[in-house]
Design a protein around this ligand. Structure first.
Ligand SMILES: [Mn+2]
Length: 385
């Protein structure tokens, strides 16, 4: 049996204000070709289907098209919700979709949905675990000690009847860590992923009963703990920090119990995300200009700030997403130790001095209260300040 593992598609995503819907359609077409090439039986979609709880029309249309294309190819689909999805909205039509072999589990109701597939080696049970928080799980297991996400997921799995003689595959959307190392985040996950605390971390040992673990949540493709516990990663680069992060799709071949083959098939985007650095006249010299449709992050080493630099670059690279400088001024700025300047001053003192420095007058009471509100919201000062 051949399975194709996707995650963090984030239908409707944009990059620095650039709508990626055409890029997403292009990459999904590539994945559909891959499905035909590799004779895929089932597609596993490991959450963060949409980029937001209320997705755009373009995003829902694209998912609709993708599901139709999968059904046309007689591919079975398994899909769970991620932390970006509205679990109830993603649940829409899920009972009706089952008649077309589209299985969606987006709302956790106390136990996992599972479906058995068959091939010449016997049965394969596919288990669906939508994104859950510890508090959600606790309601269903009032007598179990559930203090962390690890406790929660362990409790759910322990309460299922898993036949270890059969092949078992689970789809989950959580922060799963190996014994000795956390997964490497890509930068485009939600802030919560990057600041993940101990309570959210789930040990990969929770998933020991499963022959393959199809994970979503982390946007860099990687295995966790063992080769068969894996984040597929997002199909496209969703932030500038992912510029060197090559994208691929795991295609899993299950033979008899214990025989799991994994092939990582590379993806080639319509427009790549690239970083170029140097002096403007050299970067824009005809001999150096290539792939002008790519999303460009430009770092200029020119000493002087160039007027309308974005306009200039977009004439050559229409999809320039960001421009910054690396020159003697910026390097000097980096050396400045903010704590040295601020010393023991209060937030109010720092703000009023800065205001005076910039505008040459004193800050008004009203302006100061706006600044304090903003600082409270950002967590720079606490409520008592
Ligand atoms: Mn995600």
């Amino acid at each position: 049996m051949v399975l194709l593992h996707l995650g963090d598609i984030h239908f409707g995503k944009s990059l620095c204000g650039f709508d990626l819907i055409d890029d997403q359609r292009y990459i999904l077409d590539q994945i559909l070709n891959m499905i035909e090439d590799k004779k895929v039986d089932a597609v596993l979609i490991a959450g963060d289907v949409y980029d937001r709880a209320i997705p755009s029309e373009a995003a829902t249309n694209l998912l609709n098209d993708f599901l139709n294309q999968l059904v046309k190819r007689s591919v079975t689909v398994f899909m769970i919700s991620g932390n970006h999805d509205s679990d109830e909205r993603l649940n829409f039509g899920s009972e009706l979709f089952r008649t077309n072999n589209i299985y969606i589990s987006s709302v956790f109701r106390g136990s996992m949905f599972s479906q058995t597939l068959r091939d010449e080696y016997g049965e394969v049970c596919i288990w669906l675990l939508p994104f859950v928080k510890a508090s959600q799980v606790k309601r269903y297991y009032p007598d179990s000690k559930i203090e962390s996400y690890d406790d929660a997921v362990r409790t759910i799995i322990e309460n299922e009847q898993i036949d270890n003689d059969k092949r078992n595959v689970i789809i989950a959307h959580q922060f799963v860590a190996g014994k000795h190392a956390d997964p490497v985040t890509a930068g485009s996950e939600s802030v919560a992923v990057q600041n993940v605390g101990l309570v959210e971390k789930i040990s990969c040992s929770c998933f020991d009963p499963f022959d393959y673990v199809a994970l979503g949540h982390i946007h860099s493709a990687q295995s966790v703990g063992r080769d068969t516990v894996r984040y597929s990663g997002s199909p496209l680069k969703y932030s500038l920090s992912e510029i060197n992060n090559e994208k691929s799709v795991p295609v899993i071949t299950l033979k008899e119990k214990g025989d799991v083959g994994i092939e990582l098939v590379p993806l080639k985007p319509k427009r790549d995300v690239r970083h170029i650095k140097g002096k403007m006249n050299i970067l824009l010299d005809k001999v150096n200009v290539v792939d002008t449709d790519d999303y460009m992050y430009v770092t200029l080493t020119d000493e002087d700030v160039i007027e309308d630099v974005m306009g200039i670059f977009r004439k050559t690279y229409p999809n320039t997403v960001k421009i910054d400088y690396d020159n003697s001024h910026t390097r000097e700025m980096e050396k400045i130790d903010i704590t040295e300047i601020s010393g023991n001053k209060t937030y109010e003192e720092i703000v009023s001095e800065f205001y005076n420095y910039v505008f040459g007058t004193d800050i008004t009471e009203e302006e100061m209260s706006v600044m304090k509100e903003a600082a409270k919201e950002a967590g720079i000062i606490d409520e008592t300040n």
